[in-house]
Ligand binder design. Structure first.
Ligand code: HEM
Length: 481
């Protein structure tokens, strides 16, 4: 493992393939007497959907996140959702999930129009390449701050303020410092923590920056003292909830709110950008998939697009297949309803997440001995079909290709975790990815920069080590009608 630490994701996948029951293997680490509990050195690694279901849903209570996870994130804030076990609800977030999704769109839409597209336009005109992964990270950061705090960062702008830059950097440093913790033995980590040195010092500072920023936002909101304003964001949801259910003044629960907001910011960081980057990479390398997506976008635009979006537009668009009609398509990003009607784009994202899950490892601890549902070589292959290594979005489509088909084995794609602790950002992520993907693919043809190597980076997320460098060319919309 040590020899393969730079290609840890690929190495783990190789081990899973090499295992006798394809999909699950057991291994053990080095047990240092007095420092380790010998039982903790045994690890079972699985990518088997039935095992996922067993761990994440059926015997959920037997598999907490465990001491390593808690030790890694414990000081991020008291009661942080990411480290809490066995609670079914996420601090009211699930309750507000449905209302927040359209709200996210109100943040995403201007970020696409005023942040992302101008950068891509400029790169196209000047024929320079862009790092799509970096742009997607900044895109995700700007949106999530808007959604979480009602205060968007503007890291995509050319004139990003020093404050925005500091906060964006703080998120990045926090995640990187948490990751470093996984490599230190406990006694070294405790020493570094106690004397606040190395990555522990950076972590302390970056958490302080985040806490200050969130506290300021909380106070700003609190000072507005206006029960009727309708800015709908995560902070506002929490404030209302605490006001209704909590004892006394809102700030008495500020710790919980800060921790929940930090959870949201950290949960989002890189995850959507990672999936979107692999999506674009796969689409660039499978042009037939890209073509089908663009066809789907244009079909939806022909049906719903235009100023009023009523049925009469359909005939008009088809009869006058280029010029003004298509110009209208690219003036504004797609509407919330249009984004939601994508089927092929959605299954392509699902297939991307099956092959390249943003969080390639979900770590769980076992509280009492258990037996995982077994699987033979053949069973495993049958879960996704013999072509399970192929990028094939159609596998999640109904036979007539009009609907997303829920597979018998719902845990075939466990990229968002499962059971009652499914990622709370799941629907938001799809909305964000579909909005950005459709906006980009409708306007540009992408091709990878020659010689640019796309390889995964060893990290919490399956980010790309060298980013995703692409060249862009304006798409001729008349040609797709
Ligand atoms: C493609 C994008 C995303 C993927 C693949 C993803 C995946 C996951 C996974 C696998 C977990 C479980 C981690 C574990 O228990 O070890 C998780 C948890 C979580 N995610 Fe996401 N996530 C994504 C986007 C987001 C976004 C946009 C947000 C913010 C709104 C978010 C917020 C969270 C939070 C707060 C948790 C902890 C939830 C809990 O423990 O109950 N995620 N996510």
């Amino acid at each position: 493992m040590l020899f393969n630490k730079e290609r840890i994701h690929e190495w783990t996948t190789d081990q899973l393939f090499a295992s006798a029951t394809l999909g699950t293997y057991q291994t053990c680490g080095i047990c240092i007497p007095f420092f380790h509990n010998w039982r903790q050195t045994f690890t079972t690694v699985t990518c088997h959907p039935k095992a996922f279901e067993h761990i994440l849903r059926t015997r959920f209570n037997n598999y907490p996140k465990g001491p390593t996870w808690k030790n890694t994130f414990h000081d991020h804030v008291r009661g942080s959702q990411g480290t809490v076990d066995f609670t079914k609800e996420n601090s009211g977030s699930r309750l507000s999930k449905l209302k927040l999704i359209p709200t996210l769109y109100n943040w995403v839409n201007p970020t696409i129009k005023n942040g992302l597209l101008p950068i891509l336009d400029k790169a196209t005109k000047q024929s320079i390449s862009v790092d799509l992964e970096d742009l997607k990270i900044r895109f995700g950061t700007d949106n999530i701050f808007g959604l979480a705090l009602g205060k968007k960062l503007k890291t995509l702008n050319t004139q990003v303020t020093p404050e925005d830059e500091l906060v964006a950097l703080a998120i990045d440093t926090t995640i990187k410092s948490f990751f470093k913790r996984l490599f230190y033995p406990n006694f070294v980590l405790n020493f570094m923590r106690f004397f606040s040195i190395g990555s522990e010092q950076s972590l302390k500072k970056s958490l302080q920056v985040l806490n200050n920023y969130i506290t300021e936002s909380l106070e700003e909101r609190n000072n507005r003292n206006d029960e009727t304003f309708d800015d709908y964001d995560f902070l506002w949801t929490l404030m209302k909830k605490v006001k209704v259910n909590g004892p006394g003044h809102i700030l008495s629960s500020s710790d919980i709110m800060i921790s929940t907001i930090v959870d949201i910011l950290l949960g989002d960081h890189n995850s959507v950008a990672t999936s979107a980057s692999w999506f674009f990479w796969l689409v660039m390398n499978n042009s037939h998939v890209g073509k089908k997506i663009v066809d789907e976008i244009s079909t939806i635009l022909k049906k719903n697009g235009g100023k009023d979006g009523d049925g009469s537009k359909i005939t008009n668009s088809i009869e006058s297949p280029c010029g003004e009609e298509t110009q209208e398509w690219i003036e504004e990003p797609l509407s919330y309803e249009e984004i939601n009607s994508f089927v092929y784009l959605h299954v392509t994202l699902l297939e991307t997440l099956r092959l390249y899950p943003s969080f390639p490892r979900i770590v769980r601890y076992v509280t009492s001995d258990d037996i995982l549902p077994g699987g033979t070589f053949l069973d495993d292959i049958c879960v996704c079909g013999e072509d399970f290594l192929e990028f094939k979005p159609e596998r999640c489509l109904s036979d007539d290709e009009t609907k997303i088909e829920r597979r018998e084995d719902g845990y075939m794609i466990a990229a968002f975790n499962g059971g009652s602790r499914t990622c709370i950002g799941k629907y938001l992520s799809f909305l964000e990815m579909k909005s950005a993907a459709s906006a980009i693919l409708l306007r540009y043809k992408l091709c990878p920069v020659l010689g640019h190597q796309v390889v995964p980076k060893p990290f919490f997320t399956l980010s790309m080590k060298n980013g995703l460098k692409v060249n862009l060319k304006r798409r001729d919309l008349a040609a797709i009608l």
